[in-house]
Design a binder for this molecule. Structure first.
Ligand code: PLP
Length: 400
């Protein structure tokens, strides 16, 4: 009998983290790697946040806090939900976790078990299905047609719902496709959900502020207030405030679910880092102007990268509406042969070929439940992105 518990055999390591580690290892070994795997802004954490943390440390805010977060941060989160999303949550309806990922993990662990299904529109953030599997449940991927902008269609949602469905996981702006739902599109999904009162919605809004072309952000509980009592609205400071390393995420949900998440958190991590919370408090309550400036930079990079990708034979790239990833199709290179004789049969073959031949690191689309695509992050400088596109072009031109 293995020393490692069976439940670990149900999951795999996060493919995007593995790809990032592979690129880091190659770099450490002296290779000139262009790494486009990581999902984190290349900007610094804003200086006012860093200064607030220094003050918090000097004031000994370095001890355990309440399990679910400090009262100040919880109040700031309630204010944020009201100010930006017109959602009214009281402090017993929010909780702070160690990143949005822990919030999602805890919520699914608290509610999913054997016999429970979770609808995960594909392409999806790599962790959703594996967390569901770890909890003993069954992820139900539903393909979102690329020709419909990678968005879940109401009729596909309707077909996927069974009496065993507990959650629909929605993520927009989407990692990896960048898809964003309009108010009407969300409302159409809500109409389906209203016919199935046993299904809850996990709305992962972590890329809320990385939204292009002046689009309006909306979230399910806001568009369909009737669903608020069965919606978990997840957010965090990682992406909007360039604070991935601080590990602070949060959510709003009915008090009963928050209580269950708190119970789980009390027996695992306890409170999220106290100084991380001080940082998040300043991020949410301090100046917000830089967010729009950074989003504009992401948008300019998107435009430049999408144009370069679409000029490469064999690659076609949809323009993302938000987040900081491109998710191009590599269908046009499948079946071709690399100079070393290998045949590119899948998107994973292609991504490995790029790494071997050009030291260019991306993540294959199958990891996100959608092939044959691949994901590049454009949360890096334009110089690196230009070099990445040049390497991609060279690699594609060498295929015969
Ligand atoms: N949700 C999505 C869609 C993500 O892409 C990520 C990170 O890449 C997370 C959640 C988790 O973010 P964090 O744990 O840093 O808050």
């Amino acid at each position: 009998m293995s020393f490692i518990a069976d439940r670990l055999n149900r999951i795999k390591p996060s493919p995007s983290s593995m790809a990032t580690q592979r690129a880091r290892a190659l770099k450490a070994a002296g290779h000139d790697v262009v790494g486009l795997t990581a999902g984190e802004p290349d900007f610094d954490t804003p200086p006012n946040v860093v200064e607030a943390v220094v003050r918090a440390m000097a004031a000994s805010k370095t001890k355990y806090t309440d399990i679910g977060g400090t009262p100040e941060l919880k109040a700031a989160i309630c204010d944020k939900f009201l100010r930006e999303n017109q959602l009214t949550y009281s402090t017993n309806e929010v909780i702070v976790g160690t990143g949005g990922k822990q919030v999602i993990f805890n919520a699914l662990m608290a509610t999913v078990q054997k016999g429970v299904e979770v609808i995960v529109p594909a392409p999806f953030y790599v962790s959703y299905p594996d967390i569901v599997l770890l909890a003993g449940g069954t992820p139900v991927p539903v393909m979102c047609p690329p020709d419909k902008g990678f968005k879940l269609q109401p009729e596909d949602l309707e077909r996927a719902i069974t009496p065993r469905t507990r959650w629909l996981v929605l993520n927009a702006p989407n990692n990896p496709s960048g898809a964003v739902y309009s108010r009407q599109e969300l409302r159409a999904l809500a109409e389906v959900l209203l016919r199935h009162p046993h299904v809850w919605v996990l709305s992962d809004d972590i890329y809320e502020h990385v939204l292009f072309d002046g689009r309006e952000f909306c979230t399910m509980a806001q568009v369909a207030p009737e669903l608020k009592e069965r919606t978990l609205t997840v957010n965090g400071v990682s992406k909007a405030y360039a604070m991935t390393g601080w590990r602070i995420g949060y959510c709003g949900a009915p008090a009963e679910l928050i209580k269950a998440i708190t119970k789980l958190q009390s027996q695992s991590t306890s409170n999220p880092s106290s100084i991380g919370q001080a940082a998040a408090l300043e991020a949410l309550t301090g100046p917000q102007g830089f967010i729009a400036e950074r989003t504009k930079i992401f948008q300019d990079r998107r435009d430049a990268v999408v144009a370069q990708l679409n000029a490469i034979p064999g690659i076609t790239c949809h323009s993302p509406e938000g987040a900081f990833y491109v998710f191009p199709s590599c269908a046009g290179v499948l079946g071709k042969k690399a100079p070393d004789g290998r045949v590119i049969k899948t998107d994973e073959d292609f991504v490995l070929y790029l790494l071997d031949a050009e030291k260019l690191a991306g993540v294959h689309g199958a990891a996100y439940g959608c092939a044959p695509f691949f994901r590049f992050s454009f949360a890096t400088s334009m110089a690196v992105l230009d070099e990445g596109c040049a390497r991609l072009k060279r690699a594609c031109e060498r295929l015969t």
